[in-house]
Design a protein around this ligand. Structure first.
Ligand code: ADP
Length: 299
């Protein structure tokens, strides 16, 4: 079973002719409200692939929280760990201009109130989970508490997004640490002396995780552990919208690791799922079932 610990947001999207300057008001198109947040996205992606998946998260006692719970239920995610109340549901206010450039304000809301105490109270979810996956849209001290509650023999997958410096204790638990190009550059900081993703993977591995995956968009991914770096080819598709591709990739990776796949096998499957996700608009709405991922390239 898979446990995702992370954020749940409502994404409020409006299309504008021009993004507003200071003091300016512009009129936008009709508001679209989508369930999002990296934690909820990963949980929905894994459940759609058929994994038994639970989410530990916090939403507000409001309409956005109910929207998120509905989308989690529709995908088959176990929501006993979705705590309600304490602050409004997290929201991303997104304005998109005709060229596709966007400006985003995130109000973390209830996500910022997912505490280490909430992790301690969810110990039964940890005992039932072979793989635990997290991201950084919740407080870092909560992620630290997560790695302290991993059951014996269970595996921790971290996508450090948005990227920030990580305590040694968290890095050492990652198997793998999953980063895109931007996250790799931020985590390496001044140590990012090369433009070669294979070097980033090796340098990140030297920071302490047991393994590293670097995702490279249409170029696929690299996996790296003590035996070296392996390239994982991407699947060629017509990309329509890459929103949430990384979340689909990480969810698929975690699911496959939970069923005993090697890191390279799991990443190859995850690349198919990530590719399927970019062929449709949206994040959660774009996630494939196992059959759809298979149709794209076989398992
Ligand atoms: P993020 O969404 O975090 O920026 P990436 O863009 O690296 O992450 O995408 C994650 C994974 O999704 C990639 O490793 C790849 O397997 C798949 N993917 C993303 N974009 C494409 C694309 N244009 N064509 C095929 N696969 C893609």
């Amino acid at each position: 079973d898979l446990l995702v610990v992370g954020s749940a947001n409502a994404d409020l999207v409006t299309v504008v002719e021009r993004r507003p300057a200071a003091g300016e008001t512009v009129l936008g198109g009709d508001l679209a409200v989508h369930p999002g947040g990296k934690g909820a996205n990963q949980a929905v992606a894994a459940a759609r692939l058929g994994a038994r998946t639970a989410l530990l998260a916090r939403v507000g006692d409001d309409g956005h929280g109910r929207l998120l719970l509905d989308s989690l239920h529709a995908a088959g995610v176990d929501t006993v760990g979705v705590l309600v109340g304490g602050a409004p549901t997290g929201v991303a206010l997104i304005t998109v201009d005709p060229s596709g450039d966007n400006s985003i304000v995130v109000s973390p809301g209830a996500n910022a109130r997912l505490t280490p105490g909430d992790v301690r109270a969810a110990v039964s979810l940890f005992l039932a989970s072979r793989v635990v996956s997290a991201q950084l849209e919740i407080p870092l001290e909560t992620v630290v508490e997560v790695v302290r509650h991993l059951a014996d023999g269970s595996r921790f997958v971290l996508n450090p997004s948005p990227p920030r410096a990580l305590p040694t204790e968290v890095l050492a638990a990652c198997d793998p640490l999953v980063v895109n190009e931007h996250e790799a550059r931020v985590l390496l900081g001044e140590a990012c002396v090369s433009e070669e993703p294979a070097d980033w993977a090796r340098l990140l591995l030297a920071k302490g995780p047991r393994s590293v995956v670097v995702t490279l968009g249409a170029e696929g991914a690299l996996v790296c552990d003590s035996s070296g770096v392996t390239r994982v080819p991407s699947v060629r598709v017509d990309a329509v919208d890459t929103t949430g591709a990384g979340d689909a990739f990480t969810a698929a990776l975690a699911r496959e690791l939970g069923s005993g796949a090697s890191l390279a096998e799991a990443a190859a499957y995850a690349a198919r799922v990530g590719a399927a996700a970019v062929t449709r608009r949206g994040a959660q709405e774009s996630y494939p079932t196992a059959a759809e991922a298979e149709a794209l390239g076989g398992r």
